[in-house]
Design a protein around this ligand. Sequence first.
Ligand code: ADP
Ligand code: GLC
Length: 489
Amino acid sequence: MQILQVSAEYFPLLKTGGLADVTGALPRALRPLGCELRTLLPGFAEVLRGLHEPVEVGSCLTPWGQAVRVLRGELRDSGSADDTQGPVAYVADSAALYLRPGGPYETPDKRPHPDNHRRFAALAWVAARLARGLDPSWRPELVHGHDWHAGLVPACLAASGDRHVPSLFTIHNLAYQGLFPRSDYQGLGLPADWFQIEGLEFHGQLSFMKAGLHYADRISTVSPGYAREIQTPEFGCGLDGLLRHRSAVLSGILNGIDDRVWDPRRDAQLQARYDADSLDRRALNKAALQAELGLEPRPELPLFTVVSRLTEQKGLPLVLDGTDALVQRGAQLLLLGSGDSALEAAFQAKAGQHPGRVAVRLGYDEALSHRIFGGGDVALVPSRFEPCGLTQMYGLAYGCVPLVRRVGGLADTVTDADLVTLVDGSATGVVFERMDSADFGHAVQRMLALYRRPADWRQVQQAGMRQPLHWGDAAARYQALYRSMLPGR
Ligand code: ADP
Ligand code: GLC
């Protein structure tokens, strides 16, 4: 099968969150199943730098008259052994659209780039051209778009040509919808009468997310739990009605983790590598982490950790409110994150109040995140909503026991430790229900009680590490979904 996936991010080239981890892992996970997944990316500087031996396969003129070169090249991950042949990528190359200061979506002062509608519409038109044979040597049978950045892909496919190329649209996060004023719709090259409720209009605005949900043949999201939740008003972000209407073509496929990148047995970032039978070696990593972050070098104190974007979604005010109690109960807290400036400042203030017990590292640091999972005791993920969540899975794989809220993919991946699950061996973490300090605080106390029972603690760590989290199952599910969309396959 030949599939084109369309994404704004791809690990290791460009990552702002879990989306990149997923799109970076999928091509290799699907390859053994006979699916060739090529990736179309915007020509951001990081992407162009990571593209090996680029050749120009053609060019497109956007409906508003901007020229975009389409490059094809190979994506290679640095440092991995099986890199003889990396996955193939196409890049929509336009300096005017993609080469500029700031992040992929925002200016340096954290405002959306003013022409984001054009930047990601251009990506969708390139996808549609590739689907119609722009590269004579390879033509996708199906196009798979990820998140709002690829939301116009199904619409552009539907608008171009008579041959129907099926499309799958995957929601990684319904909260980011790609909304633009009505006036931005003009000139994007789609029929004027599609700007309506039975189309891509959302409360008077252009919604890239809604376009994906409306025009795609199939919709998926990144956990079965989130697939159910987004059909309710509480989690549906105003799109639950449409999602209920399309529920027959909506499915949830739990993400995996890429064990070429996340495996404590061979993680080059760790001082001591280990597996489920050599967990004592984690003590070396914990000591190194405490030293690196200026935490008291006390092996007996449970080290709670957070690796996260600091946004509304992640529920971190609960951690902030609970920090004093956590310290009083004899724990340490280490946070690595960036985002909301009020949260950044508040966590820094906490670190100032509790020197040696609370450490905060603001910014984005991939290598440190590995050391945190490899040396921390607890991974805190108290999200308000969580489509899948990867950090709790990294915690599971690394024996850094997750404490999560029972929501979305967190509920699908972590089994709460109680008397029953401890006895039958299925416990892998601590799960709490309500988004309030009392419930969170109780979960912290349960985690501390578990930590003080070394045999149970070890069993919970090992159960998490032995939980199958790799991409195998997920890849087979995507393959089955692709196949169901291609009659005759
Ligand atoms: P989301 O995509 O909503 O941010 P996920 O848990 O799916 O949540 O994925 C987050 C990814 O980003 C994980 O790979 C996590 O380790 C990484 N990450 C988040 N914040 C940081 C940070 N400050 N430094 C390094 N990695 C981070
Ligand atoms: C989004 C979600 C996160 C998910 C990731 C990868 O960023 O917020 O829960 O794990 O996408 O699918």
